[in-house]
Design a protein around this ligand. Structure first.
Ligand SMILES: *[C@@H]1O[C@H](CO)[C@@H](O)[C@H](O)[C@H]1NC(C)=O
Ligand SMILES: *[C@@H]1O[C@H](CO)[C@@H](O)[C@H](O)[C@H]1NC(C)=O
Ligand SMILES: *[C@@H]1O[C@H](CO)[C@@H](O)[C@H](O)[C@H]1NC(C)=O
Ligand SMILES: *[C@@H]1O[C@H](CO)[C@@H](O)[C@H](O)[C@H]1NC(C)=O
Length: 390
């Protein structure tokens, strides 16, 4: 069977179906199958993909967030769009509404359960002290269950009210939707705060297995297509790097990132990849893609100038003063006068928005590199073809 060889014959088609269910996307492309038609996206994660959850649950996100694209705060920790937004655009779907932000929203094409500060494992720290979200992954999947039950009930009983129904997901779309995960970074951050590296490494298996539990749970509810991001190079975040003075030799890697933090992220990723492979065996009717976001982010930071980012190591938004730092958008009193930590003139030449989160320009670059499938463990299967086909 030649690639792009027109309409397949009948025996050919039978073989095709067999092969497709075995190695979903790659063959889908090779045999010229049309793109998947994802009617919706359901996203689980932290601030890297939160489109308004934590902002609605606690205090609204203030300016200058959103300034580049939305021209007002839109609940995202960036100057504009996140990777999730670029994925939605690429699939021809609207930006995801946060489950916790119901005002004026439509959930026809999915919902976002991610909240800034979320971890995979429950933490016993407070949102007010350390910014840890109470909506850990198990709560996010509980929210998903509520969402399915409530919207299915309302959809069934809203026959007369077209308007309301049009904002609800079609019950048959849940199994055709794309289920995205981008979570784990805050489990590492909490680990660095509270544990030795040995303890954190020892707990990695439990962290990853709780992510597996979430995937299995969604599969049992009918989810079939999973797109799972690994975690980024946490040791390259400008907020961490700015406090490091006179590091010991070997503390930083060749591009100036904290080596042991990145090694821990890589350990998480190694185990996550293994978990995804194992789940492929356990969940026969699913397509799972492991996506190496780490490599996209690390390459961008390492080769930022070539990618058009002149100020890669710096944060665009925030106020830096001697050994102090005022978070993006916050006010502080310095030498008796009030300063507001504002943003830089041109966010598009920065990789980092606020020292932790990426700028829209960086998110766009990263999205382009993962959407193509080049960094997936089903190599060269673009996101448009990564679905489970019945
Ligand atoms: C809180 O976290 C610490 C460190 O992980 C752990 O030792 C302790 O048992 C936890 N406490 C509760 C009440 O969960
Ligand atoms: C974590 O532990 C494993 C062994 O279980 C070891 O191979 C790995 O190097 C450790 N990783 C880190 C970052 O300490
Ligand atoms: C940066 O670019 C150079 C030249 O293309 C390449 O050899 C290197 O692997 C890149 N570094 C990373 C971390 O991607
Ligand atoms: C604050 O005051 C000190 C002492 O007068 C001065 O050295 C420093 O530059 C001032 N810092 C700022 C940010 O104005």
């Amino acid at each position: 069977m030649a690639i792009g060889g027109g309409v397949p014959s009948l025996p050919c088609l039978a073989l095709l179906l067999l092969l497709v269910s075995w190695n979903v996307g790659l063959l889908a492309i090779a045999r010229g199958l049309p793109p998947c038609e994802f009617p919706a996206i359901y996203n689980f994660g932290d601030s890297n993909s939160d489109t308004g959850g934590i902002s609605a649950a606690f205090y609204p996100m203030g300016s200058p967030t959103g300034e580049t694209f939305f021209h007002r705060p839109e609940g995202r920790a960036s100057d504009g769009r996140l990777i999730t937004d670029f994925i939605a655009e690429h699939l021809g779907l609207p930006y995801l509404s946060a489950y916790l932000d119901s005002l004026g929203r439509s959930f026809r094409h999915g919902a976002n359960f991610a909240t800034g500060g979320s971890t995979i494992r429950r933490q016993n720290e407070s949102f007010f002290e350390n910014g840890v979200s109470p909506f850990s992954l198990d709560i996010q999947t509980a929210h998903y269950d509520q969402f399915v039950a409530r919207t299915s009930y309302l959809y069934k009983n809203a026959r007369a009210e077209k308007f309301r129904r049009s904002r609800l997901p079609r019950p048959e779309d849940f199994s055709k939707a794309l289920y995205v995960f981008d979570i784990g970074q805050n489990d590492l951050a909490a680990g660095f705060r509270k544990m030795t590296n040995e303890q954190l490494n020892a707990s990695m298996r439990d962290i990853v297995s709780q992510l597996a539990t979430a995937v299995q749970h969604l599969y049992q509810q009918g989810a079939r297509t999973f797109w799972i991001h690994n975690t980024g190079p946490i040791g390259c975040l400008p907020i961490t790097l700015r406090y490091i003075r006179n590091p010991m030799p070997g503390y930083l890697d060749e591009i100036g990132c904290v080596k042991d933090q990145n090694e821990m992220a890589s350990e998480f990723n190694r185990q996550l990849k293994g978990m995804v492979m194992q789940l492929r065996g356990e969940l026969p009717e699913a397509a799972l893609t492991y996506v190496d976001v780490y490599t996209a982010k690390y390459s961008l930071i390492a080769n930022s100038t070539r990618a058009g980012f002149e100020r890669a190591g710096k944060m665009c938004c925030g106020y830096e003063w001697e050994d102090k730092h005022v978070w993006c958008g916050q006010k502080a009193s310095i030498n008796g006068s009030e300063v507001v930590a504002g943003s830089c003139e041109d966010p598009s030449i920065f990789v980092s928005w606020d020292g932790v989160h990426y700028t829209e320009a960086a998110n766009r670059w990263i999205s382009e590199h993962i959407i193509s499938g080049l960094l997936s463990d089903q190599p060269n299967v673009p996101i448009t073809h990564a679905c489970y086909r019945l």
